[in-house]
Design a protein around this ligand. Structure first.
Ligand code: PLP
Length: 377
């Protein structure tokens, strides 16, 4: 999937978004200014007034993000959670949202703990089951939130079919593309209206920043509302973080593909291990939606989760013995991470207690397999 409508992804990742007047300097520089000077006649010669309204580095990052996802525009945020908040805030009180039954727990808690008080209602449904989706839709449903692969069970849902179902119900289809990245999956081309990212993860890629983004298929009224949430509600990423992100995205296609190749080998190792009861990885032929994943994605990604035969104690023990995999939440960085997901999600978590989630990094895969072998021994 390296070819997009705008060109090859590897080339776009390095060149898209950069403006012609930056070309004299090969390296990127952040514009660390909160405000911009006016000319003697009161005009703004470079078009910039104040960094909440616009900053050159943020504009370049947004052009880059739009090019990678094949969108008409992008809005950058200081976290993935601010990005999802901007999307939900574009709805009206009384509107209804359908979310997957397996979804990043922060999306669920945002709707429950923040947005329910503003009378935005939601229902969780198994999006792989058309009947469950039909039951979840109401006359007030205005947004279908899709996360595929899902966090943490790596469930796969059919973006094209769901976008069609959402549109037929008078709703928009939003896809959280954090796990797959535009390198492996392009939801706007499959009919989605908006793509959301936690750029904290693969796009940032080095576990040193938080960020988020919304990329839109059209520059319509909804896009304007998402933009308003950034500039008027003040949900803006710092210039330094925009610069870090643009710098990291240059290597995104190569990082993601190499991490996914490592993950495929690790999934195979785990599946054959006597201490492992189940492996959740869409690249395995045993995954219930393997065929759909291979149709919709160019590779299965670098996230996986697995359940241990000895229950919670065995899972905690294995995580405790890991040496190369760092015990930490988050994902998408060059370093491999492992976590006991249920205890991170806290009370109300629906994640099995015997489950570990792994974010596979760029270390040599033999070293990663060896680490898991000794941790599971
Ligand atoms: N979406 C997914 C799939 C995530 O995994 C996360 C964070 O883990 C988020 C959204 C939220 O992003 P952030 O932590 O940048 O607010």
């Amino acid at each position: 999937m390296s070819r997009t409508a705008a060109g090859h992804l590897e080339t776009l990742a390095i060149h898209a978004g950069r403006s012609a007047d930056e070309d004299f300097a090969v390296g990127l520089s952040p514009v660390l200014s909160s405000t911009f000077a006016r000319a003697a006649d009161g005009s703004y010669p470079h078009g910039y007034v104040y960094s909440r309204a616009g900053n050159p580095g943020r504009d370049a990052l947004e052009r880059l993000l739009a090019a990678l996802e094949g969108g008409a525009g992008a809005v950058a945020f200081p976290s993935g959670s601010a990005a999802s908040m901007a999307v939900f805030a574009s709805l009206a009180p009384g509107d209804h949202v359908v979310i997957p039954d397996d979804v990043y727990h922060g999306t669920r808690t945002q709707l429950r703990d923040v947005l329910q008080r503003w009378n935005l209602r939601h229902t969780a449904a198994d999006l792989a089951d058309p009947d469950a989706l039909r039951r979840a839709l109401t006359p007030s449903t205005r947004l279908l939130w899709v996360e595929t692969p899902s966090n943490p069970l790596l469930k796969i849902s059919d973006i094209a079919a769901l976008a069609e179902a959402a549109h037929a119900a008078g709703a928009i289809c939003v896809v959280d593309n954090t796990f797959a990245t535009p390198v492996l999956q392009q939801p706007l081309r499959l009919g989605a209206d908006l793509v959301v990212h936690s750029t904290t993860k693969y796009l940032g890629g080095h576990s040193d920043l938080l960020g988020g983004a919304v990329i839109a298929r059209a520059q319509d009224q909804r896009f304007a509302r998402v933009r308003d949430f950034q500039t008027k509600a003040g949900a803006i990423p710092a210039p330094f973080d925009c610069w870090l992100l643009q710098r990291s995205i240059a290597t995104l296609p190569y990082r993601v593909r190499a991490q996914a190749a490592n993950a495929a080998i690790i999934a195979g190792f785990l599946q054959a291990h006597a201490g492992v009861a189940a492996v959740h990885y869409p690249g395995l032929a045993s995954h219930p939606a393997h065929a759909l994943a291979m149709r919709q994605m160019s590779a299965a990604g670098a996230m996986l989760s697995f359940q241990l035969r000895g229950g919670r104690d065995a899972a905690m023990r294995a995580a405790g013995r890991a040496r190369l995999f760092t015990r930490a939440t988050s994902l998408g960085g060059v370093e491999s991470l492992i976590e006991h997901r249920a205890s991170v999600e806290g009370p109300g978590s629906t994640t099995p207690d015997d489950l570990l989630r792994a974010s596979v990094g760029l270390e040599h895969v033999d070293d990663l397999v060896e680490d898991l072998r000794q941790a599971l021994a």
